[in-house]
Write a protein that binds this ligand. Structure first.
Ligand SMILES: CC(C)(COP(=O)(O)OP(=O)(O)OC[C@H]1O[C@@H](n2cnc3c(N)ncnc32)[C@H](O)[C@@H]1OP(=O)(O)O)[C@@H](O)C(=O)NCCC(=O)NCCS
Length: 152
């Protein structure tokens, strides 16, 4: 297992994060990193944007949302975006990112971690299910809403 490291999105890594490139056809399943960065900027109290480094190279951008006051249960602890660089996919970066977000949720006392994703071939459906997310509903935008228990 290569050494992976999580870092807050900051002035030093923001350009590299914004330059991440997915595999052809995957763009339809996640918003561009630039959109996520803008959303993180205007939702600073709840957004949790982070980058993943592997051997000193930025290989992933993830954004969760933690809002214990949200009236919608899923927004209390949810994965909103995951972008792993095309050449780094399949090496455990996504699993590491989900584990880090789950650890943050546990530290905040969350019972569940949610995720929302676009269904479809080449999308992240099998990835989230493989990591233990159970699809509990399709939301008003046709996205799958998955849930992972954070406590035994
Ligand atoms: C989905 C995504 C984040 C996964 O990241 P990744 O780094 O390639 O995933 P990992 O290598 O950590 O895989 C973790 C596990 O899931 C499994 N997995 C990953 N993708 C899978 C797929 N499409 N089907 C089945 N299993 C899959 C892996 O085999 C691995 O299993 P293991 O740990 O038991 O060996 C990445 O492919 C990506 O950025 N996709 C494009 C954007 C996207 O769809 N983002 C999600 C929107 S929220």
């Amino acid at each position: 297992m290569e050494a992976l490291r999580l870092e807050e999105l900051n002035a030093t890594n923001v350009v590299a994060a914004n330059s991440l490139t997915l595999k052809p056809g995957q763009e339809q399943f996640v918003a561009p990193v630039s959109n996520s960065i803008a959303e993180a900027y205007v939702n600073q109290n709840t957004a949790w944007p982070r980058v993943v480094y592997s051997e000193g190279e930025l290989v992933g951008f993830i954004m969760a949302n933690f809002d214990e006051d949200s009236t919608r249960e899923e927004f209390k602890a949810i994965i909103l975006r995951m972008n792993v660089a095309a050449e780094a996919q399949g090496r455990g970066v996504g699993r590491f990112a989900v584990e880090q977000i789950a650890a943050e949720g546990r530290a905040r006392g969350s019972e569940f971690l949610y995720a929302m994703w676009e269904p479809g071939e080449d999308g992240p459906d099998a990835f989230f299910r493989h990591l233990g997310f159970e699809v509990i509903e399709d939301n008003e935008f046709g996205e799958a809403v998955g849930r992972l228990a954070l406590r035994d």
